[in-house]
Design a protein around this ligand. Structure first.
Ligand SMILES: C[S@@+](CC[C@H](N)C(=O)[O-])C[C@H]1O[C@@H](n2cnc3c(N)ncnc32)[C@H](O)[C@@H]1O
Length: 257
């Protein structure tokens, strides 16, 4: 029997939508991931580890692409099918499947993407190989992954170590730079690139957001007006694009090797 995580969501890593900075990160990550698939009406796109299916639905609705959501969790798939049943517009096709054994023919999609999930896979490299296999030679393979060597992770880890060395009280519980128990892999830019390049010719590496979780910034965000917070978030996002190794999330896109 495989012992894998089938029921979690990204809120284990980054609490969704609770503060403006979390909201910004999620919106940017989602939009940039979907855009990186280069969607267009009639294109066939597969969302690997589609979770509750919200990205597959958004992509199909916004672009007119023909989307398939592949997800192994029975619980998530049941919820997705329930929500799809209420839809008034065409919805994606839902297929129960592991990421490392996709039940699709070679080159049967224009794009394959996997958002915020590859670090939950027990066989990520094989899954990237599968995404490349089912994508057409000139198509797109897209991964969006949380970076555990972001500026924020490095800085907070360093500050905690210094504090601890100076005898400060150590906080209990998981810090945002600690990898959650349901992750199999701790990703940083070097490992993401290495695994992706095994099966994909990299065309784009996009850093998304910077400084998420940095204590001083996290505490300031709810106290500041949106007119101040939003320009700072956009500035940090521009810095993340320039220095993806320090970004909170990295999106990697390319064509099958
Ligand atoms: C954090 S959720 C992300 C879901 C979705 N992509 C999103 O952004 O909301 C991680 C997903 O990975 C799925 N998962 C875990 N192991 C997997 C595997 N080996 N193959 C495919 N999916 C897997 C889980 O069932 C879960 O839906």
């Amino acid at each position: 029997m495989r012992v894998v995580d089938l029921d979690r969501d990204m809120s284990d890593v980054i609490p969704t939508g609770t503060t403006r900075d979390s909201e910004f990160l999620f919106e940017r990550m989602t939009q940039a991931t979907l855009d990186a698939t280069l969607p267009a009406p009639g294109k066939r796109i597969v969302d690997v580890a589609s979770g509750f299916g919200q990205d597959a639905i958004a992509l199909q609705t916004a672009s007119g692409a023909d989307v398939v959501g592949a997800e192994p969790s029975e619980r998530m798939m049941a919820w997705t099918r329930l929500k799809s049943g209420e839809a008034t517009t065409p919805v994606p096709a839902w297929v129960r499947s592991w990421g490392d054994a996709l039940p699709f023919a070679d080159g049967s999609f224009d794009a394959a993407f996997c958002k915020g999930a590859i670090d939950h896979f027990d066989q990520p490299l094989r899954a990237i190989g599968e995404m490349a296999r089912v994508t057409k030679p000139d198509g797109r393979v897209v991964l969006a992954i949380a970076n555990f060597e972001s500026l924020s992770c490095r800085w907070a880890r360093w500050a905690d170590n210094v504090g601890e060395a100076l005898g400060a009280e150590v906080s209990r519980g998981r810090r945002h730079y600690d990898v959650p128990a349901d992750h199999f892999t701790r990703y940083e830019l070097g490992l993401m690139t290495e695994q992706m390049e095994t099966h994909v010719i990299l065309e784009e590496v996009i850093g998304i957001s910077m400084a998420w979780g940095l204590p001083v910034w996290t505490r300031a965000v709810p106290k500041l007006p949106t007119s101040v917070v939003d320009p700072v978030l956009k500035g940090l996002d521009a810095a993340a694009r320039r220095f993806p190794g320090l970004a909170d999330v990295v999106i990697l896109a390319g064509r099958p090797r």
